[in-house]
Design a protein around this ligand. Structure first.
Ligand code: NAI
Ligand code: MG
Length: 335
């Protein structure tokens, strides 16, 4: 089978980890034609905007994109391209599986949870106004439609993947209308899934409990901003941002990208960990039905991590991106 997907290498460490992932996909004997484009600061000179229509059209045409991280300038310049992309393509569900990796020592074992994050609204949508000099407000929009879609995504995922429980994060005690609506809608959807347990927990309480015992969580369902924060907390539990993959799913297309950002502190040095983006690519393969190849990649990653000899700096090693890439290729099981 020949595939044609869109590729956005991103910036910072993006191009480095993207190149590594393409090499590994090639070693899997997958025939993928990549329609390469990009977004963000690196294309401003060419297009005059960070997220031009041609990029959106490419993803709409190919339905699938693999994306490196894209830097968002702080407090000035263009607003987040990552947020813009999710909104423009209605990639309403962010799906981030977080599991313990063999050989990666952390205070916790047997972490196996999924962060399901609403991807289009909430405070994270960045609807802000300066109402008077020195006073700014942000609009937290929560709609029945988006809440219902993300809830259904979470419960369907639970059913399809044999997961037992959905923990719903909220702060409905203080933001009663917004978080209250989110909880009400999720409760309605949960009623359609009597075989999946649901529990509602205040966000701060989840932060406390996940630090005590992450194994008590299965799927955690959150609105956008809480989901952003929880993704990094959960990544920290299993060894950091260099390991945790993600997918942005819509009805028409899907964009696969790691949880981490462009890591400007280590960009261009050839030492970024490509595993997070690689496992995002494995999620992409799983999504399109290339399950065997997705499994091969996961197995190779586990084998290399368990052996512990070849590790990048974020995991306490000294290996380069290229060395880790080669080790993963060498560890790929036969077809
Ligand atoms: P970051 O995730 O880029 O980096 C946080 C820390 O983790 C840094 O110390 C970095 O070196 C390390 N790290 C991250 N990924 C790594 C990898 N693959 N291998 C080894 N170490 C890794 O977060 P930060 O610094 O807050 O954000 C940098 C930029 O990235 C910002 O402009 C932010 O807006 C953007 N960003 C983009 C995202 C996206 O494109 N989806 C997601 C998150 C942030
Ligand atoms: Mg984040």
């Amino acid at each position: 089978m020949h595939y044609r997907f869109t590729l956005l290498p991103g910036d910072g460490i993006g191009p480095e980890v993207t190149a590594a992932v393409l090499e590994i996909l090639k070693a899997c004997d997958l025939h993928i034609d990549w329609e390469e484009t990009n977004a963000g600061a690196s294309i401003m000179d060419t297009y005059g905007e960070p997220l031009p229509q041609v990029v959106l059209d490419s993803i709409k045409r190919n339905r699938i994109a693999l994306k490196g991280p894209i830097t968002t300038p702080v407090g000035k310049g263009f607003t987040s391209v990552n947020v813009g992309l999710r909104k423009a393509l209605d990639l309403y569900a962010s799906h981030r599986p977080v599991r313990s990796f063999p050989g990666v020592k952390t205070p916790w074992e047997n972490v196996d949870l999924v962060v399901v994050r609403e991807n289009t609204e909430g405070l994270y949508a960045g609807l802000e106004h300066t109402v008077a000099p020195g006073v700014a407000t942000a609009l937290m929009m929560i709609s029945r439609k988006a809440s219902e879609e993300i809830a259904r995504f979470a419960f369907e995922h639970a059913r399809n993947e044999g997961r037992r429980k959905v923990t719903v994060a909220h702060k409905a005690g203080v933001t009663r209308l917004t978080n209250g609506l989110f909880c009400d809608v999720v409760r309605e959807v949960a009623a359609d899934y009597p075989f999946v347990e649901s529990e509602f927990m205040e966000m701060d309480n989840i932060c406390l409990e996940i630090g005590r015992d992450p194994s008590r969580f299965d799927i955690i369902l959150l609105e956008n901003l809480f989901g952003d924060i929880m993704s990094d907390i959960a990544a920290g539990l299993v060894g950091g941002l260099g390991l945790v993959p993600g997918a942005n799913i819509g009805y028409k297309c899907a964009v696969f990208e790691a949880v981490h950002g462009s890591a400007p502190d280590i960009a261009g040095q050839g030492k970024a960990n490509p595993i997070a983006l690689l496992l995002s690519a494995a999620m992409m393969l799983h999504y399109i039905g290339e399950r065997r190849n997705a499994q091969r990649i996961n197995t190779a990653v586990d084998t290399v991590l368990e052996a512990g000899r070849v590790r990048t700096g974020d995991l306490g090693g000294t290996a380069s991106t290229a060395e880790l890439t080669q080790a993963i290729i060498d560890a790929l099981p036969r077809r």
